[in-house]
Write a protein that binds this ligand. Structure first.
Ligand SMILES: Nc1ncnc2c1ncn2[C@@H]1O[C@H](COP(=O)(O)OP(=O)(O)OP(=O)(O)O)[C@@H](O)[C@H]1O
Ligand SMILES: [Mg+2]
Length: 192
């Protein structure tokens, strides 16, 4: 059983630890006592397996490696997203707040990500700017989704999205419009 000691991030539903054996990976453990418990790990695991089976381009999504038992409970292992220099990638919200990219560059990257989601029919439902990180690379920066794929809950509607891609495309259109609005609101605030 793995012992987790280095916390590298935290959201409303999960704690994110450095993998104790593999420095390229993180382990996400759910707060089982969270007030509004959401089965994020379960849904993301199933959705990632579905995308892989469908041979989708997963270049803008953190890779998912499956389950491990830890002293904090069952955890899901993901690729740790780092910059080219090895430092941990910042969330898009942090990168904008710290002026790590120009508004024009951020706009271009978010539009690229939206095109990628539409082209590959990938559902990004929890469209928070904290669920996207900026991977800095000397030749080309990219955005990577680290949370919020698939569905918020395991409902019949989610199964319908998987069965009917045109239905999923409609949802993707709505969610990406919401993402772009959130991005614009943040950049307008940051410009003031
Ligand atoms: N694969 C990753 N690589 C690098 N950093 C990560 C990764 N996954 C998560 N993080 C960091 O940990 C933070 C929390 O992770 P995550 O968004 O998965 O938690 P959550 O509880 O599911 O979030 P939410 O509050 O949106 O439900 C992120 O904002 C990010 O800073
Ligand atoms: Mg999150």
């Amino acid at each position: 059983m793995l012992e987790l000691s280095m916390l590298i991030g935290e959201g409303k539903s999960r704690k994110v630890y450095q993998h104790p054996i593999d420095p390229q990976k993180v382990i996400k453990v759910e707060y089982l006592k969270a007030k509004h418990f959401k089965p994020n790990n379960e849904v993301e695991y199933l959705y990632y397996a579905y995308l892989k089976k469908k041979n989708k381009d997963l270049s803008c999504v953190a890779k998912c490696y499956g389950w491990v038992e830890t002293k904090e409970g069952r955890g899901l292992v993901f690729e740790k997203i780092c910059n080219e220099d090895g430092t941990l990638a910042k969330t898009l919200r942090e990168a904008i707040a710290h002026n790590e990219l120009t508004f024009e560059e951020a706009d271009g990257l978010i539009c690229e990500l939206i095109e990628y989601l539409k082209k590959n029919t990938i559902m990004f439902v929890d469209v928070s700017l904290d669920n996207i990180v900026l991977r800095k690379n000397a030749s080309h920066n990219t955005l990577v989704i680290i949370d919020g794929l698939g569905s918020r809950r395991m409902r019949l509607k989610f199964k319908m999205y998987l069965l009917f891609p045109s239905f999923a495309q409609y949802k993707i259109k709505k969610q990406t419009q919401k993402l772009y609005r959130k991005f614009k609101q943040l950049t307008c605030k940051a410009k003031k």
